[in-house]
Design a protein around this ligand. Structure first.
Ligand code: MG
Length: 243
């Protein structure tokens, strides 16, 4: 079985965050028989929007490796986890409440702006998110996104408090002690109980590097370089190398 992990921002989504341009690519992966796992810094609510648009039923990884969401009964064996709505959830990261409280204590000194201290209008200006997607981005469970800071030094303070600041393709994400690779391993271990797994990853940012480490074949869209990842100019190029 082949499993592919896909980043969203700047990998499958462009400046307008529309799911449309990637539809055909997703369709090609389905035709090739891939299990398609979104692995993004986006929230559960945002990823549900893209999963609906692309008609995906697979598990998915939210907020930069913070939690693995699996539709109930997706795997033909019992998976230990928390029940949330129609999902079984394996939580690896930190609660949003604690992350926000920590950032609130640093915001004044470092000029930090993030969802928790921004209005919907400010978020639209920082992110370029279309109005209808903004409420989905506000539904945070495990992470914050720093849109702006006036000086450096907060990363060290966050680390001293057990949190991590990870650079994504657009902003800095603040999470617990996890990453996209740790969460991907959880899913790969589950799939491996069904048979032999060949794993792929497609990303564009530094926050995708831990993911590249845990898969068999990694692809990076754009110019960043990673020892294990093959650079490609667009996702479609990946389709040329999978036979
Ligand atoms: Mg990205």
């Amino acid at each position: 079985m082949r499993v592919i992990f896909l980043d969203l921002d700047k990998t499958l989504l462009g400046e307008d965050y529309s799911p449309e341009p990637a539809k055909e690519f997703i369709g090609s992966l389905k035709k090739a028989g891939f299990e398609i796992i979104i692995n993004s810094s986006k929230t559960r609510a945002e990823q549900e929007y893209y999963r609906r648009a692309w008609k995906l039923g697979e598990p998915f990884i939210v907020e930069n490796g913070s939690a693995v969401f699996m539709p109930h009964g997706y795997f033909p064996f019992t998976v230990e986890g928390v029940r949330k709505g129609s999902y079984t959830v394996i939580e690896l990261g930190e609660r949003y409440g604690r992350i926000k409280a920590t950032l609130d204590s640093l915001a004044g000194r470092y000029g930090l702006k993030y969802y928790g201290n921004s209005t919907p209008e400010e978020v639209m200006a920082f992110t370029g998110l279309p109005e209808e997607l903004v409420p989905l981005a506000f539904r945070r469970e495990y992470s914050e996104t720093l849109f702006r800071w006036s000086r450096e030094g907060f990363t060290e303070e966050l680390e001293a408090k057990g949190l991590r600041a990870v650079r994504g393709s657009r902003f800095i994400n603040v999470i617990g002690n996890t990453d996209k690779g740790k969460a991907a391993l959880v899913i790969l271990n589950l799939y491996s109980r069904l048979g032999e797994v060949e794993s792929y990853a497609l990303g564009d940012g530094e926050n995708d590097f831990p993911l590249f480490e845990v898969v068999d074949r990694a692809f990076i869209v754009g110019n960043l370089s990673h020892a294990k990842a093959k650079n490609i100019s667009s996702p479609d190029e990946l389709l040329e190398v999978i036979e």
